[in-house]
Design a protein around this ligand. Structure first.
Ligand code: FAD
Length: 386
């Protein structure tokens, strides 16, 4: 049995409607241009901050909407239906705000939380390195105590917002002998001395989300740059990734939903053999299969969200949602391209973008193989993966 949602149905309907309206009116009309030019849409993020679409599951006392992960998943799906890069930014802000809300000191929360949620400062979540992707415990970036604070050295790779962010939340080794128990998180001013940025990487999809490298050379950090307990950084980063995976799963579901809607509209309008292609039962079945697969993914997303919202074990559930939804999004956006025929392969057509945007959901926030490892670990240890 699944637990019930924590809020009344109208609360979820209202936040979902707000996100859908914003996606339809403000995001979707810009999506093709943002994809073509790789432009970072600051104006959309300012409006989202005002509408309360950042920090949906962050407590009100900390500047969030005070709702829950289920509401956050609804918002992520609707935003991604408009354009995945915009949902991606919402997911990044939610992760950083969750870190600050759960683990920050009062002073850190006062300094950063509201600014992050209003998108007055742009943030980056910095884990991956050239030699440490899936194997997070293999990072080499080092923070050494110098009496007054810390000195940071190392490099991060493929970091969202790295080309533009003002603040980085950086995972670094503080005790190299202690393995994953010797890592800590630091709040780093990315505009300060010793920080260098690589160029914006050209990407297959989600092109309005700038990604790049960050190099840290003798970056001096004050003592209060440490976020959370010394040596607990790996645990802290991983603890927010459960919510992160639900967010990416919802985002993938939204991409696929946009593909289904575009495919249905095209199938009604396009005529071959003297009638709409939608009149062919084979095509109707394709659309029925797409809708069923999307609904199955959505159900897994909501299930994982509900478990998290009730504080129940949700590690495997979050991985299952991400695994299913990301594979589904790639498969079903390919089907949407198929419904468009040759037109679906042409740049600037929505389904062509959706297909490219879907692929990264199988890679970031833990690859599909790592999700399977997590599910299998629980299955083998507990005899069942829930
Ligand atoms: C667009 C984009 C945005 C990103 N944003 C961020 C960000 O904001 N912050 C950040 O820190 N990182 C970010 N990343 C990095 C991303 O999280 C990593 O790319 C991802 O975790 C995989 O690491 P890797 O690329 O090094 O692949 P690798 O770890 O080298 O994996 C290569 C392949 O081997 C498989 N593999 C590895 N280990 C195992 C295993 N034990 N069992 C089975 N298969 C395995 C993987 O599944 C994959 O298929 C981003 C990446 C991209 C491309």
């Amino acid at each position: 049995m699944l637990p019930w949602p924590r809020h009344d149905p109208e609360t979820y309907a209202e936040i979902g409607r707000t996100a859908r309206r914003f996606a339809d009116e403000a995001i979707r009309p810009l999506a093709a241009e943002l994809d073509r030019d790789g432009r970072f849409p600051s104006e959309l993020y300012r409006q989202m901050g005002e509408l309360g679409l950042f920090g949906v599951a962050v407590p009100e006392a900390h500047g969030g909407a005070g709702l829950d992960v289920l509401a956050y998943a609804l918002v992520m799906e609707e935003l991604a239906r408009g354009y995945a890069s915009v949902a991606d930014q919402c997911g990044l802000v939610e992760l950083i705000a969750t870190l600050l809300s759960r683990y920050g000191t009062d002073a850190q929360r006062r300094r950063w939380l509201r600014a992050v949620l209003r998108h007055d400062v742009r943030v980056a979540y910095c884990i991956t390195e050239a030699e440490a992707g899936s194997d997070v415990a293999g990072i080499k970036t080092r923070a050494e105590g110098d009496g007054a604070g810390w000195v940071l050295n190392g490099s991060k790779l493929w970091i969202h917002n790295a080309p533009i962010a003002e603040v980085g939340f950086v995972l670094a080794r503080t005790d190299p002998a202690a393995g994953h128990r010797g890592m800590s998180i630091f709040i780093v001013d990315l505009t300060g001395p010793g920080v260098a940025r690589g160029p914006k990487e050209p990407k297959m999809g989600q092109r309005a989300s700038p990604v790049g490298a960050l190099d840290f050379t003798d970056v001096r950090l004050p003592a209060d740059a440490l976020l959370g307990e010394l040596g607990r950084g790996f645990h802290v980063m991983m603890s927010v990734l459960e919510k992160g995976r639900v967010g990416i799963a919802a985002l993938a579901t939204g991409i696929a939903q946009a593909g289904l809607e575009a495919a249905l509209e095209h199938a009604r309008a396009r005529r071959q053999f003297g009638r709409p292609i939608l009149d062919n039962q084979g095509l109707q079945w394709k659309l029925a299969d797409m809708a069923t697969d999307i609904a199955a993914s959505r159900a897994l997303v909501h299930r994982a969200a509900l478990l998290l919202d009730h504080g129940l074990p949700a590690n495997a559930a979050c991985s299952m949602a991400k695994l299913k939804a990301a594979d589904m999004a790639v498969a079903q956006t390919a089907e949407a391209v198929q419904v468009f025929g040759g037109l679906g392969y042409i740049q600037g057509i929505e389904v062509e973008r959706l297909y490219r945007d879907a692929k990264i959901t199988q890679i970031y926030e833990g690859t599909q193989e790592i999700q399977r490892n997590i599910i299998a670990r629980e299955l083998i240890r507990e005899g069942a993966a829930t």
